[in-house]
Design a binder for this molecule. Sequence first.
Ligand code: NAD
Ligand code: MG
Length: 389
Amino acid sequence: MTILGATGSIGLNTLDVVRRHPDRFSVYALTAATRVDEMAALCREFRPALAVMADEQAAQLLAERLSNQPETRVLAGERGLCEVAADPAVNTVMAAIVGAAGLAPTLAAVDAGKRVLLANKEALVMSGQLFMDAVARSGAELLPIDSEHNAIFQCLPSGQVRDLPGAGVRRILLTASGGPFRSHTAEQLRTVTPAQACKHPNWSMGQKISVDSATLMNKGLELIEACWLFNTTPDCIEVHVHPESIIHSMVEYVDGSVLAQLGSPDMRTPIANGMAWPDRVEAGVDALDLFALGRFHFERPDPVRFPCLRLAAEAFARGGTAPTVLNAANEAAVAAFLEGHLCFADIPVIIERTMESLPVRPALDFDGIFAADREARAQALELIRQVRG
Ligand code: NAD
Ligand code: MG
């Protein structure tokens, strides 16, 4: 396996599953952005043939740190990331870099026809049809790791994941925790801090996706992700806020059956499912205690306090580069919020204004996607400067 984003929350959970099954999985390459200490420790334990740091200086430091471990070669930069994603020695690539930075290496894995375990939803959201075309062309095996999409995947007949009408599916019921501010008033949302936003009630995750969960943009990105993975449209998907995060999503069939996948909120379940599919392996996850849980709750998302879900549906409907712009503006706004430069309630404002101020272009090729991404980030940064006054 190559694990892109090994030092992150998904990367570490993946390595925990690897650790439990040394007979079945082995690590060929690990990658990270800047965290040299964490990466050096992982390299000592897993002894990969290749280790990549996206940051050149960090790569130099890592190489010094590993000078007494000659079996691990250190590479740097995006070229190194793409190289280990496409390396012929690898059959499975965990795509767990956060954000648009993951698109090029994930695509390299797709183009090389790997089993691609997709956690990096932003890569698919920003390039949609082009990404799915690349999967079809190369014969890569794309398996969803996002817990909701993995749940839906498990509730669909395995040959008909992209033929919902043929499978007799009426709707997908996409569950959402509602995030840490589910019960906050609009007034309260103006003063929440990054630390509060990153404290998710059920899941322990990286900072960016934690903020996305708090704004519900995570569900917006997941709505788009589900449309591409399962070849459907937003009108066949209904978001259900389910604060317990035990039902990870559901599929409703025309005969009235609703199939759900349940489990403790622990990403090792979908990760192990993708790694071992179609088999099942032990993942170290606590058994579900339904007696202790007692009951489940469901509510509709509030479009007024949480406009990001609507913005995502609009971006998907507009098509072309609109989802690329949505994703880039969101990444810029979330980063500004985490740095203390933007208030939480202004995240959707920045995204909406960025979308309004840029034209939607047809998504003809990946160069066009990267250009739209750059343009939208620059525009969002300019709007953030204006909001800050
Ligand atoms: P994280 O912030 O914990 O880790 C991100 C990883 O990406 C790190 O290893 C980091 O070194 C690497 N990285 C960051 N910027 C990079 C760059 N510019 N170039 C190369 N590498 C870079 O994030 P996470 O929570 O593990 O999330 C990773 C992805 O998985 C995201 O797309 C997220 O939406 C998705 N995801 C995460 C969870 C979860 O529970 N954490 C659940 C579902 C989906
Ligand atoms: Mg999810």
